[in-house]
Design a protein around this ligand. Structure first.
Ligand SMILES: Cc1cc2nc3c(=O)[nH]c(=O)nc-3n(C[C@H](O)[C@H](O)[C@H](O)COP(=O)(O)O)c2cc1C
Length: 272
């Protein structure tokens, strides 16, 4: 089978998922003619659902509480695959990738895609700070090379088959840790405050307002709506003046749990 172009669909508040997706596309060596970046609210409207018509599709999401971020689930569930091949990608902060690939697989099959490959990669944890670094600077060069290699191998796999019917493929069942089963939804709000802003450093450039994936930051006061805020910390990581800060609550407990869970350095997992 010959594939000429790829459509990419991803959500990536702090940019690590986007980096992995771009490296996979580079390895594929084909045109990325449709990019659906779901990070900003306007892209997640019903009228933003792309028409998929035969080309390969690459879907990437970060892992939130070992699952697909709730904010993008409905959009992904509304896609219509029309029999197109799809590659599923999750990016997580070295704690755990839970059941994200299984959830994506479920959605993709229900929406009429043919899943041909999947991979789970590591990105700097959204909660990572200089004090408590978690998967700091990932994806690193090694990760990006593996993503590129993955892209190359996906195309080789497709080229070696006559029809998508010939693909037999299974993603292993992931597990939800006990913690993810017992904590309420959006538990990140229990463990972190809305990002603090040091107004003596802030230059009112409004980058945080423009990039917030849920438009939770007031343009005038720069205050963050506690209930809306996802705790993705995009506003912290993208602030050119480093005026915003992550605050754990309670600090000692959260930093301890994160440090313990981050002890083993994880590597990408590829399913082809
Ligand atoms: C609300 C929230 C929950 C998260 N839950 C997990 C998790 O369960 N396991 C994990 O390893 N990383 C978790 N992360 C970290 C992200 O998966 C990781 O930082 C990812 O690289 C972010 O992707 P992005 O840069 O594309 O936004 C979480 C991040 C956020 C914001």
């Amino acid at each position: 089978m010959l594939i000429n172009s790829v459509t990419t669909i991803y959500f990536s508040p702090t940019g690590t998922t986007k980096k992995i997706i771009n490296s996979i596309v580079k390895g594929m060596g084909i045109v990325n003619d449709k990019i659906v970046d779901l990070t900003l609210p306007k892209a997640r409207r019903d009228d933003g659902i792309p028409l998929i018509d035969g080309e390969i599709v690459l879907i990437g999401v970060p892992v939130y509480e070992e699952k697909i971020p709730e904010i993008v689930y409905p959009f992904l569930a509304n896609l219509k695959g029309n029999g197109s091949p799809v590659v599923l990608v999750s990016v997580y902060g070295n704690i755990g990738d839970g059941i994200v690939l299984n959830q994506l697989d479920f959605i993709a099959q229900k929406s009429g895609f043919k899943v041909v490959a999947a991979g789970s990669f590591i990105g700097e944890h959204s909660f990572s700070t200089e004090e408590i670094p978690i998967a700091q600077n990932r994806p690193n060069n090694d990760d990006l090379n593996k993503a590129e290699e993955f892209g190359k191998n996906i195309i080789k796999k497709i080229e070696n088959i006559n029809s998508l019917e010939d693909v037999s493929f299974k993603i292993p069942q992931g597990k939800l840790p006990l913690m993810a089963k017992i904590v309420p939804k959006n538990s990140a709000r229990l463990f972190t405050k809305t990002p603090f802003a040091d107004m003596s450093k802030c230059s009112h450039c409004n980058i945080c307002v423009k990039l917030c994936p849920v438009s939770a930051i007031d343009k005038g006061t720069l205050e963050i709506n506690e209930k809306q805020c996802l705790r993705c910390f995009c506003c912290v990581k993208m602030c050119p003046k480093k005026a915003r800060k992550i605050i754990y609550k309670p600090k000692l407990l959260v930093s301890k749990v994160l440090t313990i869970k981050n002890r083993i350095i994880k590597e990408p997992k590829i399913y082809l």
